[in-house]
Design a protein around this ligand. Sequence first.
Ligand code: HEM
Length: 419
Amino acid sequence: MRFAPFGTQYTSEPAETWQRILAGGHAVSHDPELGLWLITGHDTVRGVLADTTRFSNAATLAPVMPVSAEAGHVLAAFDAPAVTTTADGPQHARIRAVLRGIFPTTAARAELAWGALVARRADQLAGDIAAAEATDLMPAAIRFSLHVITDVLVLPTDQAGDLHAWTDAFARLVWAHHPETQVDDAHEALALWHLCSDTVTARAQAGGGYGPGVIGDLLRYRGGDDARLSVPEAAAIVLTIAGAGWETTAGALGHALEHALIEPGRWTRLGYDEHALATHVEETLRHSPAIDGWLRVTTTDVDVDGTLIPAGSRCLLLIGAANHDPAQFAQPRVFNPGRARLGQHLAFGAGAHYCIGAALARLELSTALRTLARRLPALALAGGYRRQYKPSVALRQHTTMPATTGGGPDRHSAPAARP
Ligand code: HEM
């Protein structure tokens, strides 16, 4: 079966493709057109994600499709050092220790660090949506996620527009196929790197305690010691968080809203039932992971489930297919927050590179859903709504989600308990 990630079928219903590949019974297959090995099946994908010796992260952010010589020339100036998701071995271990040192990774610590700022941005989100009778939920979800990440990093909010455009360009260049915009996208990806690099360098030089937020925390952790963390490495971490920290959560919020609004009865419950809210978020991550494919490259010849993958091969780990493996999740196409083994999904990866922002992502999703469900109980998808995602082998994000607010009151002052 042909894998066509940029075609109309995959960009509206990728689960159909995952199901067909899984039904073929081959956890590993080669796609000569894309030049990729496709890895599916829950246990196989989990094993490969965790196998950092034979599967390297080095080319994770290298464009999946060939780029033109001109775009390649622009990208040659992209000199961000390997950190987090592009680093391997001891380099990754050192950077991971930095992240563990400064980034809250449990629900309680995330709430303490960011609960108030996320709640404030969720209130703004509800106000934005309530202001119109008919609206598009995706730009609103994107604004919310962008503003949270500028608050977390402590970047000026007026840089959110550039951050949005440039991260989108980066994602198009790396995970999609748009030859007509490649050169512009390469320039914008470079502009994103320069924004992060210039901001972090200026903060490092200003001294004086380095200021608030993750950027300040990175510089304090560094303590002027390049062997501990260099300024370019700190800037490259900011680059990862500036991108990974909002494209993913905006996508996930879109999926969570669609699942909540498409089935009568789900929506209003999310405002008042914390168990329903938590399981809705987890089942969204399982059913519709915001990253449903991720790249690795083999460091040696590897036998995976009886198939030999040669050294130096690029592999696309289909996290979406892993989350739809019927051997792990019964009736995987059904959205069922009450299902068994919900916590076994691979939406945040597995092993050494497990998502450092998982607690923040869960906090954002639950806060936004709770706030919107309380304040906009009549929110509904617009009549004739059709699902459409941006083309990508990795990020799954709706292009648009027209909705109506019902024209009812914005229940800003509604009591916290269900009346
Ligand atoms: C629903 C939202 C999110 C999803 C689905 C998601 C998914 C993932 C996945 C699949 C990985 C593993 C990559 C690998 O194995 O190489 C990952 C890693 C990572 N994520 Fe997330 N992520 C989300 C939100 C966030 C947020 C909010 C942040 C930061 C604020 C973040 C920062 C990172 C970083 C820095 C890594 C690399 C960790 C490492 O290599 O050690 N993510 N994420």
